[in-house]
Design a protein around this ligand. Sequence first.
Ligand code: FAD
Length: 369
Amino acid sequence: FFQEEIKQRQIMAVPSVFLNGEIFDQGRMTVEEILVKLDTGATARAAETIDAKDVFDMLIIGGGPAGASAAIYSARKGIRTGIVAQRFGGQVLDTLSIENFISMKETEGPKLVSALEQHVKSYDVDVMNLQRASAIIPGELIEIKLDSGASLKAKSVVIATGARWRELNVPGEQTYRNKGVAYCPHCDGPLFKGKPVAVVGGGNSGVEAAIDLAGMVSHVTVLEFDATLRADEVLQRKLRSLQNLTVITQAQTTEVIGDGVKVNGMRYTDRVSGQSKSLELEGIFVQIGLLPNTDWLKGTVALSSRGEIEIDAKGQTSIPGVFAAGDVTTVPYKQIIIAMGEGSKAALGAFDHLIRSPVSSTNEIKLAA
Ligand code: FAD
C-alpha cells in the first residue's frame, strides 16, 4: 500500500515501527515489549520488584518449551517456582507451522506458545518475562544476576536458555525469513515438496538436511564455503548417490532474492573466480550451525567445545544444584518435544537434589499445604 514510503525509508523488513519519524523497532514484537520500550522507567521499576523477591526453591532461566516444562514439573511438587525469560516462548514463537509435535497433527508456533503460557500460569509460577540473565554465582544459594541490575536467589536452578540458528547475515535473509528462508528441514521440508531448494552449509547438519530434502523436493543445491564438504564420509557417500542433488563448493552466499512475497533465488560469489553467480529456487535452508545461548555462563558452568552445557543423565551440570535442559545442552536433536522431555527431567533431577540436600536455614523446602 505504501510503496513510495517503503522506497523513501528503505524498508527491508516488516513490520517496521516508526515513532515520531524515527525507526522505533523492527520484527515481531508483543504489546508487552512495545510498552517496556516506550516506558523508560519500566526497567528500573521491574528491577526493584525483582530484587525484593524471596528465595526460590527452583528458578528456571528460559521460557521456551524446556523452561515451561521444567516450571510445570517443579510447581507440581508444590515448591516455590519462578521463570526468568528474555522472551517467553523462545524459538517456538518464530515457528510458523509445527507438524511433529506428537498428539497434534498440525499447529502453529504462537498457538503452541499461548497454550504453554496458559498451562504454566495455571500453576503457582512467578513468570518474569522480558528479563535477561547475565551471570550465575554458585553457592548454597545460587544467585542469578539480571541485565536490569536486579538479582534473584534460588536453592536450585534449571538453565533452559536454548539456542539460536546461526544466520547468513546477508541482504534478503530477514525479509524472506519464513517466506522461503528456513532453518529447520525436519519442520519445513515438506512445505517445499516438488520445488527446487538450496542448503547452505556442507557440515553434517547441512548434508543430512540435503539428503532428507532430496526425497521430497525437485532438486537440492548444497553450497559450501570451503573447498570440500565437512560432513562425515558416510553421509557424503549417500549424498553422491542421489540424482537430484548438486554440490557447489567455495561458494559464499551474498544475497537472498525474492519477488516481494517469497524467495525466488539467491546470489553467491564463486571464491575461486570471484564471479557473482545466481540460482533460481524457492527455498533456502540455512544449516551453518546452532549457537547455544551460553555467553552469559562462560567461566562458570562447564561447556562443550561447541559452547553447549554439559549435563549428566539427570540434567545436572558441573555446578551443584544447577541443572540444564533443551537446546542449550549437549543433548542431540534439537526439537520441541525433546526440549519438553528434557525440561521435565531436569526439574525432577533438581527436585531430587533439593530433597537430598542437608537441611539448613537456607535450603529448607516449604511444601505447600
Ligand atoms: P528455546 O526455544 O530457544 O527457548 C529459550 C528461552 O530462553 C527463551 O525464552 C529465551 O528468550 C530465553 N533466554 C535465552 N537467553 C536468556 C538469558 N540470558 N536470560 C533469560 N532468558 C534467556 N522443533 C520442532 O520440534 N518442530 C518444528 O517444527 C520446529 N520448527 C522450528 C522452526 C524454527 C524457525 C526454529 C528456529 C526452530 C524450530 N524447531 C522446531 C526447534 C525448536 O523450536 C527448539 O528445539 C525448541 O524451541 C528448544 O526449546 P528450548 O526451550 O530448549 O529453547
